[in-house]
Write a protein that binds this ligand. Structure first.
Ligand code: 9PG
Length: 438
């Protein structure tokens, strides 16, 4: 769609700040000065995996997805430009032209002004949308132990048993244990278990037998080109949708508007729920909102939300849905916990220079900028504490987690922690704050 003019705003070029809401969990999100160049994708694949693939940003423009806010820096009120409709999310741009900021968008936009600065304006905007969506008080989330940074995709049932033993031995308060990526035989084949993993139902039972909730990772909209699903059901894929490349394979998208694919999706969640899992980390779910040819007559964001409804229906009202790689605004009312930044890392800076890629710097930037969503829309997830001796600047990362209001997770091999790492993990594994940050 074409961009058309929304507003012209006077500003002080030396003092103005523009807040860009990135499309999904991993998309860089922050407020910038006019002279700054916000982070942009280093490669075309990263544009798909971590930014909004349909609307790359032209040089010299700022762009927010469904939300762009600005403080003109001249003493005037803050301006919020946002989507009036959670099913159709415009890209909203601002470009300086002399003393004016020219705001354009590729769809309808609401424009409001607020006294009291940018942060107050964002909080008020989030409150309004939460009220419109009928979001009630946000429950506190239990602390988590997660397998990802300790075991990557080689995790086994035995590893989970080991860590459950450590949690008890060290007296760590992790009320939920999350089995992350690595148990599955293929991307899309969530009910086929990778040889060597062990038994999935037995893993869930081991966790729940200790009195903890069992969590599991999956990427419900992804179908890897190496999967059995991809081979057996080419008719269940969104035509022409490219979800990027990971796990050494191209990624296609499950068409949840196809009745048989929808039935499969529900079946996956019913079976995992039957095993005893009650917390679902729904990863790479930007894929469900990609443009493409679908069986049913649904636009991408509507199809995305339909998929989440199928998942909720199958998992039940008491299950915790935990979005990751998830479009932010379309997920309002559909997830209980939301990753609000890219992955952390043992390194402060990303290897590629692109801060949508794993790094402490990128995770801090976006998670900090999205703190106003915590306790209003869901529980924010700033990603896990990693506190082992090999983590660069681990005191700083732990300090950031300590100051974050959201989900507290630990993701080390607990047996590898030294005295500082263990004491820090013990101190930080606390329930999430029940209220929005002040
Ligand atoms: C499992 C992981 C973990 C992690 C998720 C997600 O664009 N990227 O290069 C990219 C790298 C890692 C990544 C997502 C994207 O990690 O955030 O917590 O669950 O998947 O594979």
């Amino acid at each position: 769609m074409r961009f058309s003019e929304v507003a012209e705003v006077d500003h002080d070029p030396g003092r103005a700040r523009i807040f860009e809401q990135g499309w999904q969990s991993w998309s860089p999100t922050s407020a910038y000065r006019i002279g700054e160049r916000p982070p942009r994708p280093a490669t075309d694949t990263i544009q798909i995996l971590c930014y909004r693939p349909e609307t790359p940003v032209p040089d010299g423009s700022f762009q927010g997805e469904g939300l762009l806010a600005l403080d003109p820096g001249d003493g005037g009120p803050a301006h919020v430009f946002s989507t009036p409709d959670p099913d159709a999310i415009p890209s909203i741009r601002a470009r300086p032209e002399g003393n004016r900021l020219l705001v354009t968008a590729d769809g309808p936009v609401c424009h409001t002004t607020h006294d009291g600065g940018l942060d107050a304006a964002l909080a008020a905007w989030a409150d309004t949308l939460a009220a419109q969506a009928g979001i009630g008080p946000i429950p506190v989330a239990d602390p988590m132990w997660c397998s990802w940074y300790g075991y990557w995709d080689k995790v086994t049932e035995a590893d989970i048993a080991t860590e459950l033993g450590h949690l008890d031995r060290y007296g760590l308060d992790a009320g939920m244990v999350l089995l992350d990526d690595g148990y599955e035989a293929g991307i899309g084949d969530w009910l086929d278990i990778r040889p060597g993993f062990g038994n999935l139902a037995a893993t869930a039972r081991r966790i729940t037998d200790t009195g903890r909730r069992a969590g599991i990772w999956l990427a419900p909209y992804l179908v890897g080109s190496g999967s059995r699903l991809f081979r057996e059901h080419p008719d269940w894929l969104v035509g022409g949708a490219d979800a990027g490349r990971m796990w050494d394979q191209d990624l296609a998208v499950l068409d949840v508007t196809h009745p048989a694919a929808a039935e499969y999706l529900g079946q996956v969640f019913r079976e995992l729920t039957g095993h005893g899992f009650s917390h679902f980390k729904l990863d790479f779910i930007y894929a469900g909102a990609l443009a493409g040819r679908r069986h049913g007559d649904a636009d991408p964001v509507t199809a995305y939300r339909r998929g989440l409804e199928i998942i909720r229906e199958a998992a039940g009202p008491d299950a915790t849905l935990h979005g990751c790689g998830a479009p932010l605004i379309p997920s309002l009312g559909h997830v209980d916990i939301m990753r609000v930044g890219p992955d952390t890392s043992t390194a402060v800076e990303p290897r590629s220079g692109d801060i949508s890629q794993p790094s402490q710097h990128g995770a801090r930037l976006s998670s900090r900028a999205r703190e106003f969503l915590h306790g209003r829309w869901w529980v924010n997830d700033p990603d896990c504490l990693i506190a082992a001796p090999g983590v660069e600047a681990r005191e700083d990362w732990a300090g950031f987690i300590a100051s974050s209001p959201g989900l507290r997770g630990s993701s080390d091999r607990l047996g590898d922690l030294d005295a500082w790492g263990l004491a820090t993990t013990k101190r930080l594994l606390r329930p999430s704050s029940g209220v929005p940050p002040q």
